[in-house]
Design a protein around this ligand. Structure first.
Ligand code: CA
Length: 387
């Protein structure tokens, strides 16, 4: 694409930096640390079975895996709960709790499965240590983009197949937002080639760590609220979270100068609401419909919020000195190759993966065949115009 156009779009003080950054390669690819299996069972909060009070009122508790400061990703839970309350005329009241309030960020699936809470909002891939298929519920390296993921979920076999899988954990899932393609994270030093990935200690979300390991990196799974400190102290060399808006809020630009793109491990990561199966079964048909509509509402709002907020944050970051870089083609190609090899290997040992990924991969191939024509061409043209 035409760099000058990008710069025009960016405007402001960051233009020069953006130019330099964009003067690199077009391709994006970047390695990123992986995330070990989430662990830590929830610090058992007092059991709170769905409380049905007088007049048919229902009170549930929702545990989020995210900190309150992120009005994007944490905000999706608040959007959802508010909608449920409004649609039920105030009778269905869901209290929303940030990571750590009721249980640790990575304890929420155990919390829902055990019925400690009725519902949680999280990124399924945090739990790939239980079964690699959890990754397919969020994102896998070189997977579906946001639009394609939503299509697979609602109109393809995605939701059906994932629910079949989640039933083993006594829970039912609902799409609960998407961040859109993420950035490739913050690095203390430049990643000029695949060699620079070797030995790199990086915080990376979920399953992608398995690919990073194959590239010689050392992935770490760290909740959002603890990443800044780890990067500042040098416990890790790099960290990725989501994109400009969230990353700026978390302050990563203050402790690492290089900001890479694209986050090839998260082309369209989806969040989910998980509901304990028994709690779900106790709901009336009307309340089930309310949950279904409110989750879909939150799903749309979260992606819209990220898309609306990211441009300004990117301009501010670049204006404040952040150096944008694209991953080199050799990094992308190596990561792609290792990712595909990994998926084949998992398929030989995990029958759930074989079944679900098989469907996902076919859907991905068809989507890319379709998107490459009008969607991609239109986007590329528009991005090269003076707007
Ligand atoms: Ca991420």
């Amino acid at each position: 694409m035409d760099r000058r156009l990008i710069i025009r779009g960016v405007g402001i003080a960051g233009a020069a930096a953006l130019v330099a950054a964009c003067g690199k390669k077009e391709e994006a690819a970047a390695p990123a640390p992986a995330a070990p299996a989430p662990a830590a069972p929830p610090a058992a909060a007092p059991a709170a079975p769905a409380v049905v009070t007088g007049g048919g009122a229902i009170r549930w508790r929702l545990a989020s895996s995210f900190p309150k400061s992120l009005d994007t990703i944490f905000g999706a839970s608040e959007v959802f709960a508010k909608q449920v309350k409004a649609m039920s005329g105030g009778k269905f009241d869901i209290s929303v709790h940030a990571a750590g309030e009721l249980m640790p960020a990575f304890g929420v699936v155990d919390g829902v499965q055990q019925g400690t809470i009725e519902i949680c909002h999280t990124a399924p891939y945090y739990f790939f240590g239980k079964n690699e298929c959890f990754a397919l519920g969020t994102a896998i390296p070189f997977g579906l983009n946001s639009r394609q993921m939503t299509a697979w979920m609602y109109e393809g076999n995605g939701l059906k197949l994932m629910r079949e899988f989640y039933s083993k954990f006594d829970m039912i899932s609902f799409p609960g937002g998407n961040t859109g393609a993420q950035m490739g994270g913050w690095y203390r030093k430049e990643i000029k080639s695949i060699k620079d990935m070797k030995g790199l200690k990086m915080r990376i979300g979920g399953f992608a760590g398995k690919v990073l390991e194959r590239l010689g990196s050392v992935p770490q799974n760290i909740p959002a609220g603890e990443i800044y400190q780890a990067l500042e102290k040098g416990t890790i060399d790099a960290a990725e979270w989501v994109g400009p808006y969230d990353d700026q809020k978390l302050g990563f630009n203050k402790v690492a100068p290089y900001y890479y793109y694209p986050g090839w491990w998260e082309g369209g990561p989806q969040l989910d609401f998980y509901i304990n199966q028994k709690a779900w079964d106790t709901l009336s048909a009307e309340n089930k419909a309310i949950i279904e509509s409110a989750t879909a509402h939150a799903h749309v709002v979260m992606q819209a919020r990220y898309d609306a907020l990211n441009p300004t944050a990117l301009k501010q970051l670049v204006g404040a000195g952040t150096k944008l870089r694209s991953f080199s083609p050799d990094v992308l190609s190596a990561a792609f190759k290792e990712s595909m090899a990994l998926y084949s290997e998992i398929g030989t040992t995990n029958p759930d993966w074989k079944k679900i990924y098989g469907d996902y991969a076919k859907f991905r191939a068809d989507q890319n065949l379709w998107f490459r024509f009008t969607e991609a061409t239109f986007d590329r043209f528009m991005q090269s115009q003076k707007l």
